[in-house]
Design a protein around this ligand. Sequence first.
Ligand code: GLN
Length: 213
Amino acid sequence: MPPAIPEKVTVTANPTPTVGVLALQGDVREHVRVLEDSGARTLTVRRPDELERADGLVIPGGESTTMWRLARSFDMLEPLRKRVEAGMPVYGSCAGMIMLADTILDGVDGQETVGGLAMTVRRNAFGRQVDSFEADVRIDGFADPFHAVFIRAPWVESVGEAVDVLGRVETGPAAGRIVAVRQGQLLATSFHPELTGDARVHRFFVDMVKGLS
Ligand code: GLN
């Protein structure tokens, strides 16, 4: 007897993907929690063999100079670049956005990135007076504005043609500055959605890893 076929089968590329969180430095645990609430299995990634097991990757916020130095000493830069080139979905938040940028401004001497997103990102762009602030940002594809928390955040100074701008600061001295982008399988935000209890960015990213968006 052949096995009974259920009446309705939903076929997706990968219904329960394993999403890695780069765990060299930064707010790893917060991302793990939101990703698990968003339907992903999670894995902390410090070594190339762990990266191999991930279907997608989150690069958290933290300090991009430290993350870069650790990625270099853990021999992770090249493996990360290779997976990005091979089309792995990656979401970078804040320092993670810096890590995904092809070009950075106000980096430290010699600071390298993983790259992949055709954009120029300025570190600590919002200035000392407004080191940290919160603002509602409209994100393309989200019905309601996203309450965004910025902590010594970068902004996107300019983007290449292949990059979709998903959100900008709307008010204040930085109005118009780009803070959310997507290029193919790479997603980045200047802000920290893992801190606000709003899982829409993570759910969107998990859908990207599932091959649904
Ligand atoms: N200013 C940090 C950097 O340059 C980023 C801050 C953050 O991730 N919250 O890496």
